[in-house]
Write a protein that binds this ligand. Structure first.
Ligand SMILES: Cc1cc2nc3c(=O)[nH]c(=O)nc-3n(C[C@H](O)[C@H](O)[C@H](O)COP(=O)(O)OP(=O)(O)OC[C@H]3O[C@@H](n4cnc5c(N)ncnc54)[C@H](O)[C@@H]3O)c2cc1C
Ligand SMILES: *[C@@H]1O[C@H](CO)[C@@H](O)[C@H](O)[C@H]1NC(C)=O
Ligand SMILES: *[C@@H]1O[C@H](CO)[C@@H](O)[C@H](O)[C@H]1NC(C)=O
Ligand SMILES: *[C@@H]1O[C@H](CO)[C@@H](O)[C@H](O)[C@H]1NC(C)=O
Ligand SMILES: *[C@@H]1O[C@H](CO)[C@@H](O)[C@H](O)[C@H]1NC(C)=O
Ligand SMILES: *[C@@H]1O[C@H](CO)[C@@H](O)[C@H](O)[C@H]1NC(C)=O
Length: 477
């Protein structure tokens, strides 16, 4: 009841746009207000400046699924109270997991991890980060398919798809979810699996935050020991050779199911320097995986290999206090086109150096056969229509917020030049990976008409009042 009355006050204030004084109420333990330590902790834990600059009227940190249920019951009953659903806050765009004036539901307290008796399934609280999961499973002999960077949230990553080091072996992260505990918009708690609420089960495998608030994911495990990680850096003058080798790998008919590759271009505007590197992970403890021979054979500046546990490798430092953007496209293989893309990119950003500088990173990630299902019932991503190729993640980070619109415009102009060019050569694919997409992109629409239609029907069935469509930010249907 205390939680209830406190929320009602906040809702009344938010609705009447009087969020300035969130009064001295008898608060539920899970609710906090501007300048409270817990409020501050949530707001400052977003990965991008754009997200952490938003100021919710209050933060709710539910400690149990029942509190999530109660909160949604209240929120869906109130008149247009905006709210946000936050996992680990790694979506860079403003308003995706935070909100100005409304209620930010921070799920990070729901972060328990447990392994079933027979080790076949890990149950993970939706607010956990991947490092929590890997560390819990470390030494058990099994692991799960999740984020490569351990700070990333379980919730966001799995609801948008999920590329892991094991994608080539087990498909998308979401393909490995066997059950979801979900709180519907009206507060009802359900479990969705293959037989119970199968439509919800399917829709959550790529549907983002449009179906409900997931509170727990049950994930299929697989046997896993230490992995091999190799970082190779090249001079930018080797780009043609690297693009050639990368293309050969993704075109090879028997892509090694143990390989996990990212090739990246990095540009520092302050010094006008390019860097080129590959992160060639192999999910068995093999020092020189033969699959990568061609990449290793290219003259390089450095090559560092480690045999390491997944938990240790995922334990990266977070890079806070930057503005960030993500944007994405998906292409068919062509080394020649990659070189052309590089030239377009260089000519667009070479001389652009806003105050404080900007760092661009272009990650090229194989879209391999294991990510492309034969039929449409494994997830909602629509990839049965796609062909092998690669996913491109454009990201940029910069410290000075006055440059935001200029950086965004540059990214947009690079992306549209790439897409127009690829389209004319028949190399453009429809798919836009939701977790890498810019706010102006339409990843859910990129899944195809049928998939979008199914998502809309499922949303209407489970959220007929359209609460999650109207009151919650992110990619909408
Ligand atoms: C440093 C870094 C590394 C990354 N590495 C990878 C990678 O290896 N593989 C990959 O596939 N992606 C990767 N990503 C992208 C990542 O998947 C997305 O940024 C993802 O959205 C992050 O999830 P989150 O829970 O941390 O983010 P949040 O910003 O908290 O949430 C993202 C979106 O999901 C929604 N959401 C979160 N949890 C729930 C829930 N329980 N119920 C309903 N909706 C929810 C939110 O409302 C929001 O719209 C990376 C991103 C970063 C910044
Ligand atoms: C919360 O953050 C604000 C603004 O950064 C700061 O002024 C305030 O002292 C912080 N409060 C607490 C309790 O940490
Ligand atoms: C796995 O790697 C870790 C370092 O991350 C090391 O401490 C451990 O001994 C390795 N385990 C095996 C079985 O080789
Ligand atoms: C990028 O463009 C600049 C300016 O046109 C040119 O001087 C430079 O050589 C280019 N860099 C690369 C690596 O092609
Ligand atoms: C940000 O950029 C603006 C305009 O370019 C400049 O006036 C300002 O000093 C910069 N701020 C910081 C903190 O660098
Ligand atoms: C909440 O929504 C679900 C799905 O539409 C419905 O089955 C259930 O009856 C609703 N519960 C309440 C209390 O309205």
């Amino acid at each position: 009841m205390r939680l209830f009355s406190a929320l009602v006050v906040v809702i009344l204030q938010a609705a009447s746009v009087l969020a300035s004084t969130c009064l001295q109420q008898q608060l539920g333990d899970s609710l906090s207000f501007p300048d409270d330590t817990t409020y501050n902790a949530t707001v400052s834990s977003f990965w991008s400046i754009q997200e952490s600059t938003l100021r919710p009227a209050c933060v709710l940190r539910p400690a149990t699924v029942l509190e999530v249920s109660k909160a949604l019951e209240i929120l869906s009953d109130s008149v247009e109270c905006e709210f946000a659903i936050k996992g680990r806050g790694h979506a860079p765009a403003a308003g995706f997991a935070n909100v100005n004036g409304g209620v930010a539901i921070d799920l990070t307290a729901l972060s328990s991890v447990s392994l079933s008796q027979d080790s076949s399934m890990a149950s993970v609280g939706a607010g956990a980060k991947w490092l929590d999961v890997y560390q819990h499973l470390d030494g058990s002999g099994v692991q799960v398919a999740g984020g490569r960077n351990g700070n990333v949230g379980v919730g966001g990553l799995l609801l948008g798809g999920g590329i892991s080091h094991f994608t080539t072996k087990v498909g998308w992260g979401c393909d490995n979810v066997v059950n979801y505990e979900v709180v519907l918009a009206n507060g009802t708690i359900i479990n969705a699996d293959k037989t119970n609420h199968p439509d919800m089960f399917l829709a959550l495998k790529g549907g983002g935050n449009n179906l409900g608030v997931v509170t727990r994911f049950d994930l299929a495990t697989f046997p896993q020991g230490n992995i091999s990680t190799t970082t190779i850096t090249y001079s930018i003058s080797q780009s043609a050779e690297v693009f050639e080798a990368f293309t050969k790998l993704i075109e090879s008919s028997n892509y090694d199911p143990l390989a996990s590759l990212i090739t990246s271009l990095l540009y520092l505007s302050a010094t006008k320097t390019w860097r080129l590197s590959s992160s060639a992970v192999y999910t068995e403890p093999v020092t020189q995986p033969a699959f990568y021979d061609e990449l290793f054979a290219i003259p390089h500046e450095s090559l560092v290999n480690n045999i390491i546990s997944l938990a240790e490798y995922a334990d990266e430092k977070d890079t806070f206090s930057f503005n960030w953007l993500f944007a994405t496209t998906t292409l068919k293989p062509s080394a020649e086109n990659m070189q052309k893309m590089f030239d377009t990119l260089n000519s667009t950003i070479y001389s652009f150096n806003p105050e404080g500088g900007v760092t661009w990173s272009i990650a090229l990630e194989p879209l391999v056969a294991a990510m492309l299902p034969d039929s449409g019932d494994r997830d909602i991503l629509g990839l049965e229509r796609a062909c092998p190729g690669f996913i491109v993640l454009i990201s940029a980070l910069w410290p000075n917020s006055t440059a935001n619109s200029e950086v965004e415009a540059k990214a947009r102009s690079v992306l549209s030049a790439w897409e127009a060019d690829a389209e004319s050569k028949g190399l453009l694919q429809d798919f836009q990976y939701l977790n890498y997409a810019a706010p102006h992109q339409r990843p859910l629409h990129s899944y195809g008409k049928d998939k979008l239609g199914f998502l809309k029907l499922t949303s209407e069935k489970y959220d007929s009042a359209r609460i999650l469509q109207k009151d919650v930010g992110g990619f909408k249907l």
